[in-house]
Design a protein around this ligand. Sequence first.
Ligand SMILES: [Zn+2]
Length: 239
Amino acid sequence: MAVGGFAGGCVADMGGTISIVEAPKVSRSYHTDKESVTAKRNLKREECGCCVVLPRIIQRKPRPGDIHPVDKKALRGILRSSPEEYVYGLDRIEFKPREAPRSEEGYTLIGAPFGFYMRVDKSITLFSLPMTWVLREISPGLTYTVTGWGGNIQEENGKIIVEWPSENHLGLWFTCTVIHHELGHHYRHQYRRKRKHAYWTEEEMVANLHGSRLTREMFQNLGKQKRAREEQIKEGRKK
Ligand SMILES: [Zn+2]
């Protein structure tokens, strides 16, 4: 599907599986008991003994006018709060300026792709983005995820204008739609074993399912942290 005039990348245009209210549940076959044991046993840990050594994070400057929706510090937090089996074996994550191989007058060239996973070196690449996108067309999947995470879509003079109310909104969309999806690709590859060759659409669907699981767990963890903070405040008031 074309996004902004390009044949779409592997992300977002395959969307439709994420909602800000509730991400769909991943079936039991994608639960990761064995994989989490393998990861727990083999992951290198920091001196504290509990924090895992994260993959290298390389941050290049964004394309002029763009931002990296998630910065290095936030990415570390996302990786630390993700189940360890999704991080195990991942060599590096690299932020790069958005590539726009051909110019198209008046349109923002995005999604070619937003990010990708490389099996050969187990790396994830994430591209920068502007806060406003001017598109020739937008796929139903991308429309669904953009509006689900708070982006505004309007049509003006035949152009599709996508505007993000804040960097946080774009960052949340990017985390849940792009980063979690790419971690899903890594997970799929890391524990592939003797699985038969899969078609591209199957790979994408499975990455989306894993991405949904990561998103759901991220919100569950945030909810727990919020409740713990509220309890602490309550306890403080009682004293
Ligand atoms: Zn993909």
